[in-house]
Design a protein around this ligand. Structure first.
Ligand code: ZN
Length: 115
């Protein structure tokens, strides 16, 4: 077996080796090389630590009050337009006022015409 190209080729296979996705023969080769090569063993240890850290990040749970925090943040940043605790009373119901004044105008118009 040639010794020179195997270091780089081995590093290229670290990911598949870690996932046990290599053909059995290549798994044995990588394992044998790691057992005999300090440099690649150190590289592989670093690789495993990195993968472990990234995988650990993926498992972080959202805080239990995450949805409340999101609603609070939206409420604050929208200056109270969304997710307000008091839905009514702290804002003028312009839609309702518009409908009421339209009805009042129609009634007034009908009364004036009816005379
Ligand atoms: Zn090596």
């Amino acid at each position: 077996m040639p010794e020179t190209p195997s270091h780089a080729a081995l590093e290229a296979d670290f990911s598949d080796f870690y996932d046990r996705a290599l053909p059995a023969a290549r798994m044995a080769e990588v394992e044998a090389h790691l057992a005999s090569c300090d440099r690649c063993r150190a590289e592989y240890r670093t690789f495993c630590e990195t993968v472990g850290k990234v995988a650990g990040l993926g498992r972080v749970k959202a805080p239990s009050d995450f949805d409340t925090q999101v609603a609070d943040t939206i409420h604050r940043r929208s200056e109270g337009r969304f997710f307000g605790r008091r839905a009514f009373g702290d804002r003028v119901p312009f839609e309702l006022l518009a409908v009421l004044s339209l009805v009042a105008i129609v009634i007034a118009f009908a009364l004036l015409r009816g005379r």
